[in-house]
Design a protein around this ligand. Structure first.
Ligand code: C2E
Ligand code: MG
Ligand code: MG
Length: 399
């Protein structure tokens, strides 16, 4: 593993290096502020872990995090700071909000054991994406070809009912089987697809592949609802509902077991068309889910205006809720509101047993997250379901 330590205090760096060496990490680069670190990260060398001080002259830790996020840094991050607990906690929240892979925050002087524990988590958090810390940008031609040559493939992540443990459905999550970069995750190319005007074609490819997979599962006796992500950009063409309906019909998939998860990275440009389309989708029996609720533009105003029938709690409110009273307060308020509005609730980011118990106790309907299953190729879904039934029974017994 390659590590990068950033601190303006040479003594702190020397100490950290010594501790890292004790733990067997010899490949450690260091520098004195955020700007110098950015220069290192821009060079074509990849770091698996960045350990960063917060208070530094020049570019401080907070500004550095923002730059890391803009570059879609995929490595792991450890905050190391002498600041007080609340400041460190709020920066930790910021790192999560930036979707950085934060391992945790350490107070200086760093206890060796805590450092060991934290670095032990590196392998677990990021799957294989950690090997590709710096974001590649893809050009329109390459992306278009990938879509039309069928290089996109879907993985599926199960959604299960908290109360019964029944598998309710799966969410399709697109990946790009890239000839040189390996499996590329959607956060690396969805925004580009939107910017290049390719998002409709992408959505269509994902939806068609999902319907084909669902048909194979049905042939094995598994009737699964399909959730598909649709960026708000695709909800501008007025014939969208008809296209969805036709595709479902020709695949023999019941319309009422399709959920479109609306994700929004920007404010809606044409609210009238959006309302028209949303209303017609619902009239056709197709489900509409507000994804990542509580973040970005997924807000109360959307909930007021669009006839959603499902609310997906963003994972930043879900994971760790058992240990965090303010997260629980937010969840409770949102779940109460959803219930009054008659919305089904799905918690994403149910990562561990604590998350599962906590959200179930709060009355959330459906769980999605690593505790249940990681996203998997379509062929693995039937076997996973068989294995889940055994685990479900065990979970019920110990409840
Ligand atoms: P999303 O719709 O919120 O999907 C959930 C993301 O959370 C997935 O990331 C999933 O792998 C990840 N995840 C699942 N369980 C856990 C967990 O327990 N903990 C944590 N930390 N993460 C978990 P993924 O596959 O990288 O997708 C990222 C986003 O890309 C999706 O977020 C969605 O907004 C977008 N996306 C994926 N497929 C499509 C697509 O076909 N079309 C569009 N427009 N967007 C897509
Ligand atoms: Mg989604
Ligand atoms: Mg989400």
């Amino acid at each position: 593993m390659r590590l990068l330590a950033i601190d303006d205090d040479a003594f702190a760096i020397a100490l950290l290096r010594k501790q890292l060496a004790q733990l067997g990490f010899d490949d450690v680069e260091s520098c004195g502020d955020g700007a110098a670190a950015m220069a290192l990260l821009d060079a074509p060398m990849a770091f698996d872990v960045v350990l960063c001080d917060l208070n530094m002259p020049g570019m401080d830790g907070v500004e550095f995090l923002r730059h890391l996020a803009q570059r879609r840094f995929r490595g792991a991050l450890v905050l190391v700071s002498g600041e007080n607990e609340r400041v460190v906690q709020s920066v930790a929240k910021l790192a999560q909000a930036h979707r950085l892979r934060l391992l945790g925050a350490l107070r200086k002087p760093v206890p060796l054991e805590r450092l060991r524990e934290m670095l032990a988590k590196v392998g677990q958090i990021a799957g294989n994406s950690i090997l590709r810390p710096v974001r590649r940008t893809y050009d329109a031609g390459e992306l278009r070809q990938a879509i039309f040559d069928g290089r996109l493939l879907n993985h599926y992540q199960p959604q299960v009912e908290f109360a019964s443990g029944e598998v309710a459905g799966v969410e399709a999550l697109v990946r790009w089987q890239h000839p040189t970069d390996g499996l590329v995750y959607p956060d690396q190319f969805i925004a580009d697809a939107e910017a290049f005007g390719l998002i409709d074609a992408l959505t269509q490819a994902v939806f068609a592949a999902a319907l084909a997979d669902a048909r194979r599962w049905r042939d094995e006796g598994l009737a699964l609802a399909l959730s598909v992500n649709v960026s708000i950009d695709s909800l501008r063409s007025l014939d969208f509902p008809d296209r969805v309906e036709r595709a479902a019909q020709s695949a023999g998939h019941p319309r009422d077991s399709i959920v479109l998860e609306i994700t929004e990275s920007q404010a809606m440009r044409d609210p009238v068309a959006l309302l028209d389309i949303a209303a017609r989708l619902r009239l056709k029996g197709i489900g509409l889910s507000i994804d990542d609720f509580g973040t970005g533009y997924s807000s109360l105003a959307q909930l007021r205006d669009i006839p959603f029938d499902e609310l997906k709690l963003d994972r930043s409110f879900v994971h760790g809720a058992a240990q965090d009273a303010s997260l629980r307060a937010i969840l409770e308020a949102n779940l109460g509101m959803a219930k009054q509005l008659g919305l089904r609730t799905v918690a994403e980011g149910v990562e561990d047993r604590d998350d599962w118990e906590c959200l179930r106790a709060l009355g959330c309907d459906v769980a999605q997250g690593w505790f249940v299953a990681r996203p998997m190729p379509g062929n693995d879904v039937p076997n996973w379901i068989r294995a889940w039934r055994l685990r479900r029974d065990e979970l019920r017994r110990s409840a």
